[in-house]
Ligand binder design. Sequence first.
Ligand SMILES: Nc1ncnc2c1ncn2[C@@H]1O[C@H](COP(=O)(O)OP(=O)(O)OP(=O)(O)O)[C@@H](O)[C@H]1O
Ligand SMILES: NC(=O)c1ccc[n+]([C@@H]2O[C@H](COP(=O)(O)O)[C@@H](O)[C@H]2O)c1
Ligand SMILES: [Zn+2]
Length: 274
Amino acid sequence: MESQSLTRVALLACGSFNPITNMHLRMFELARDHLEDTGQYSVVKGIISPVGDAYKKKGLIEASHRVEMARLATESSSWIKVDTWESFQPEWLETAKVVRHHYEEMLSAEHNSDDVDTVKYGKKRRVEENCFEGSVHQKKRDGPQLMLLCGADVLESFGIPNLWKQEDIAEIVGRYGLVCITRSGSDPHKFIHQSDVLWRHRKNIHIVHEWVTNEISATHVRRALRRGRSVRYLLPDSIVHYIQEHHLYSAESEQKNADVTLAPLQRYTTASSS
Ligand SMILES: Nc1ncnc2c1ncn2[C@@H]1O[C@H](COP(=O)(O)OP(=O)(O)OP(=O)(O)O)[C@@H](O)[C@H]1O
Ligand SMILES: NC(=O)c1ccc[n+]([C@@H]2O[C@H](COP(=O)(O)O)[C@@H](O)[C@H]2O)c1
Ligand SMILES: [Zn+2]
């Protein structure tokens, strides 16, 4: 297929990256292969967006370290970049807002490079804004697309009470799209089947089956580090050195936020009870 008729896609991964592992990087490669195999997309960029400290997840170390490790890990990639806009926000931001921000950035970058008519984009955006609700599948567009990239555990977390707003889920899958990498213990197809909103937008959800099942998790890496065990080959050598040099991930750091409620739970529980 002519590359001009392919939809350009940027993939955005939001998460703690505490620390970044080889599996986080693999997610991007798997997703790109999957989307490009369809013959419809050209994946032009991968964005890693480490969550800010205000997320208050247990054991979450400072964003400055998590960002630096993500930067080191992506040095060898020509297309995966780290973006710190979310990481240094004083308050925790809903993922839908982060997706919106990066989509706007993508549009304005295209704008500047192609010198595209502002009026045309404004008109197209208004059309998209009006059509995402209730659309059975994403409309074929001539502009670029931004899709959220996540593991199946994040997709399944959509079902946890007070964690996600329903309108945010509808916006992410309805307007933007989702690429979900299978993870053992998760069944994304079943989860989509059981959710009305996900089923409605199922054509916008790309499930990528990882056959080389790989259960690397940042939790496992932090646990091994606390116990003085090797984490080599689970993450790039440069990250192993960075962790050693800065004495990251101790029993003490794992207790950070231990008695604090996760920001989204705090926000939505307070909102619904007030
Ligand atoms: N082994 C894996 N397979 C598929 N997706 C993964 C894997 N590890 C991480 N991800 C995905 O990477 C994104 C960022 O995840 P996160 O920073 O929480 O890493 P994690 O390894 O799950 O860490 P933690 O154990 O602290 O939750 C999420 O979308 C998560 O689902
Ligand atoms: N309501 C929401 O927008 C919402 C809720 C929970 C987690 N998240 C995001 O999902 C990601 C999950 O990361 P972890 O799997 O490391 O907890 C983070 O980027 C977090 O900000 C978003
Ligand atoms: Zn996780």
